[in-house]
Design a protein around this ligand. Sequence first.
Ligand code: PAF
Length: 278
Amino acid sequence: MKVIKSIVEIRNKVNTLKSNGETIGLIPTMGALHEGHLSLVKKSTEINNITICSIYVNPAQFNKKEDFNNYPITIEQDIEFLTNANCDILFIPKSEEIYSSKPVLSFAFGSLESRMEGMHRTGHFNGVGLIVSKLLNIIQPQTAFFGQKDFQQVAIVKQLVKDLSFATKIHSCPTLREESGLAMSSRNKRLSNSEKTEAAKIYDSLLLAKKLINNTIPFDKIMSQIKQFYANSLLELEYFEIVDSNSLEPVRDMNRDNIVICVAAFLGNVRLIDNVVL
Ligand code: PAF
């Protein structure tokens, strides 16, 4: 696997590959890779000749400095994982180049970001919009792969690609889970084994809500059961939302299609998110 750190070099490499007729798949990541990321790499290698993974912990999308500073960095292991997963190129841009000057442009995603991550992490999707636009512009891949665990992020990236007419198809890939049901996440690296067992209750809460929705239990009753569930755990609930899977608008009628249940909860100072699509 070739490691490239400069924008000019990756642009030249991609131009050469494309002029040879190669198709490019991009997996944008912030590193601390796990099997979930590697499933995106695998998907890309199945449908593209060349797979590029980027690793960049994007400061612009963190609303808390502490969260940015604590973000796990495991670059040696990431390189080993990517090499074994047949990734062709790893792009590790430098902050001096990516943000050579403070961006003036900002992104607003309207109702798509008015709840959940957008509401609780002010400026988060502006930062995601910036970095994803930069990466899509620099690499111009035919396809880019994102994990469904970040459900709202996928909706926002799809909107971004539509609004800015990027010639990249966005693939959203299923969330991979530990045996316990805990969604795989780079942030799990900050949890002890017993904390991981506790964190798996997040998925249990989603399954509970799913069961209640399937039994058309009214919204208020579902929410009071969910609150009770979290009160009996060590998790601190930030939000638990039942929304339309396209518009991300709240859903109150449980007797309908296109529902996604999204949750964010803290275990200590580790913030975890998950969702289940019905
Ligand atoms: O999902 C992530 O890891 C990040 O938000 C992304 C898409 C790589 C942008 O920094």
